[in-house]
Each structure stands twice: as structure tokens, then as C-alpha cells.
Write a protein that binds this ligand. Structure first.
Ligand SMILES: Cc1cc2nc3c(=O)[nH]c(=O)nc-3n(C[C@H](O)[C@H](O)[C@H](O)COP(=O)(O)OP(=O)(O)OC[C@H]3O[C@@H](n4cnc5c(N)ncnc54)[C@H](O)[C@@H]3O)c2cc1C
Length: 287
């Protein structure tokens, strides 16, 4: 039997790549660390990829990291190793990145790939949700901006047309540095292990009153769990928070979070630890 050949493209510019995506329904490969696992085959046999492939990992247009005022713009094809080294990346995001996989994967894996793969256990996602991240998508028809919470619709399901490419990940006001932000990942090991649960918290306090509160939970549902309604309960409340209010907030998330049992953890463990992480964050007094 003659093996089927697969077309692949490694074009010299983003513009050519976008034109190619418009001509043919192609599979985009950035670092390939999710794509290759998803399409893996028996040892020695080519991966089960059925569409033409477009490589984007070499495109310098997708690797720019820069600030506009306090907004942080991250090129979708920036690898984790590049982001760890970059002076503009907030320390809390670097902490999350350092807990992803091992150095070989961090040298290949990209932030855009983590978003487009849309795993609820993706380690950059809880922080990207609480930064109210906007995604810049480009096609031959022009650019569009979409909020990350609208873009990600379920595991491996994103709101992207076949002719679009994720160009930039924009974190509004991420460089303001006046809020308390944490990221915690619970897994079998400190790194090189997929999250059982992850949590990101954001608190901004002005004149001892909460003016902004944001919480995001990873690996406890099909997408990252965030509730603007619950967050708003905290607006205008005195900080440090009193215990009655903390209990009420934890109870609200207890009603919202419905994790599943799987090979990595149990539903009860996930829920218990997720709520403990939230309580720990709310009970911490300093800013
Ligand atoms: C051993 C191992 C350990 C891992 N550990 C972790 C971990 O601890 N935490 C974690 O979060 N992840 C982990 N991962 C998953 C993976 O490394 C990350 O999700 C990574 O960010 C994927 O990026 P990539 O560039 O390799 O994506 P790819 O595999 O190239 O692409 C992933 C998906 O996104 C699409 N895509 C990529 N870039 C774009 C773009 N710019 N525009 C449109 N679509 C795009 C692709 O078509 C594909 O559907 C691990 C993977 C492996 C193999």
C-alpha cells in the first residue's frame, strides 16, 4: 500500500500564511505539543493527521511581546521559555509557566497553543481569564477581538473560523501592579504534571474597600469557571473581609462548581481543594 502524502506549508510571512489558510482548510501547528499527542499513532508510524498542515512557529510577527500603556500584548507563538525570560511578563504568569511540563515542552509549547487547545487544565488559562484577556484573530477579512471567555467554548472547542489565526493575546492593565494576584496549581508534582485543580485570584483594594475581585478555577468543569455575579458581591465591601462574607462567597462557588471524577483526581477532592484555595486567598490579609 502506498502511504498517503500530506501537504505542509512553512511560509515566510504571516500574510502568506493567512492567505494559505483562506485557500485550504489546514491544521495549524505552533509548537505541536498538543497536536502531536492528539494525532499520535503506533511507534514508527506517521501521526494520524488528515488535513494539510501549516507551521507557524517560525513567524516572527507572532512572537512580539510589548506594552501599550499598561496593556500587555503577547504574540501567540511566544514559547513558554521565551516568556519566562521576558522582562514584561508579570511574575505571577511566569510562576504558572514554570509549572508547565518540563523544559523540552516549554521550549516548544506556546501560549496561543494553550488557548486554542482549550483544555480546562491549561495552566495559563485561569490567569488569562482573570486578566480579562482579549484575543486578536486575523484572517483575509481583517482583524477581530474576542474575549477569552467567549472564545473558549469547551475542551478543544474554540470560536475560530478555519481561515483565522490567533495573532495576539492582550492582557488589559496587566502592568498596573497594584492588585494582589495569585495562581496555584495542584498536581502530582510541582511541574511536569497536568493540573488536578488550578486557581487564580485577583483583588484590588482602594481605601480599605474592595473595588475589583476576580476568581477563576481550572480543571473543575469543561471550561475555566468564573462568575461575574459572585465577584460583584464583594465590590464595595471592607477589606480584610469578615468571616461571614468569606463563608457566603465560598458557599456560592460550592453551588457553582461541579467537577468530575477522572484518571487524575476525584470530583470530591477537586471541589474541596478548589474551595480551600479560594478561602485561603480571601482570608489572606495583606495586599
Ligand atoms: C509531555 C507534555 C506535558 C504537558 N504539560 C502541560 C502542563 O503541565 N500544563 C499545560 O497547560 N499544558 C501542558 N501540555 C500541553 C501543551 O504543551 C500546551 O497546551 C501548549 O501550550 C500547546 O502549545 P503548542 O504551541 O505546542 O500547541 P500546538 O500543539 O501546536 O496547537 C494546539 C492547538 O492550537 C491550535 N493553534 C496553535 N496556535 C494557534 C494560533 N496561533 N492560531 C490558531 N490556532 C492555533 C492548533 O491548531 C491546535 O489545535 C503538555 C504537553 C505534553 C506533550
Amino acid at each position: 500500500m502506498v502511504a498517503k502524502t500530506l501537504s505542509s506549508y512553512r511560509l515566510t510571512s504571516l500574510e502568506q500564511t493567512i492567505k494559505q489558510l483562506n485557500q485550504e482548510n489546514c491544521l495549524i501547528i505552533a509548537g505541536g505539543t498538543d497536536v502531536m499527542v492528539l494525532h499520535k499513532n503506533r511507534r514508527g508510524v506517521p501521526p494520524k493527521i488528515t488535513k494539510p498542515v501549516v507551521f507557524i512557529d517560525h513567524l516572527s510577527e507572532l512572537k512580539q511581546v510589548y506594552a501599550i500603556k499598561t496593556d500587555l500584548h503577547i504574540g501567540a507563538c511566544s514559547t513558554y521559555s521565551e516568556l519566562i525570560q521576558h522582562p514584561l511578563i508579570p511574575e505571577v504568569l511566569k510562576k504558572a509557566i514554570k509549572e508547565i511540563a518540563a523544559p523540552a515542552i516549554r521550549n516548544r509549547g506556546t501560549i496561543g497553543g494553550n488557548i486554542c487547545n482549550a483544555s480546562p487544565a491549561g495552566d495559563t488559562l485561569p490567569l488569562l481569564y482573570i486578566y480579562n484577556t482579549k484575543l486578536l484573530l486575523r484572517s483575509v477579512n481583517g482583524d477581530r477581538l474576542v474575549e477569552i471567555k467567549d472564545f473558549i467554548q469547551g475542551p478543544r472547542r474554540v470560536q475560530r473560523s478555519n481561515n483565522e489565526i490567533l495573532v495576539e493575546v492582550i492582557l488589559p492593565s496587566a502592568l498596573e501592579n497594584d492588585s494582589r494576584i495569585i495562581f496555584e496549581k495542584i498536581a502530582n508534582r510541582r511541574a511536569d504534571a497536568i493540573a488536578k485543580i488550578s486557581f487564580a485570584g485577583f483583588l484590588h483594594v482602594q481605601n480599605e474597600m474592595i473595588s475589583d475581585a476576580r476568581f477563576a478555577f481550572g480543571a473543575v468543569g469543561p471550561t475555566i469557571v468564573r462568575s461575574l455575579d459572585i465577584e460583584q458581591i464583594l465590590y464595595g465591601k471592607a477589606h480584610p473581609l469578615d468571616h461571614k462574607l468569606i463563608n457566603a462567597i465560598v458557599q456560592e462557588y460550592g453551588n457553582l462548581i461541579h467537577p468530575i471524577d477522572d484518571q487524575r483526581s476525584t470530583a470530591i477532592y477537586r471541589k474541596t481543594v478548589a474551595l480551600k484555595l479560594l478561602r485561603y486567598f480571601l482570608e489572606t490579609k495583606g495586599m
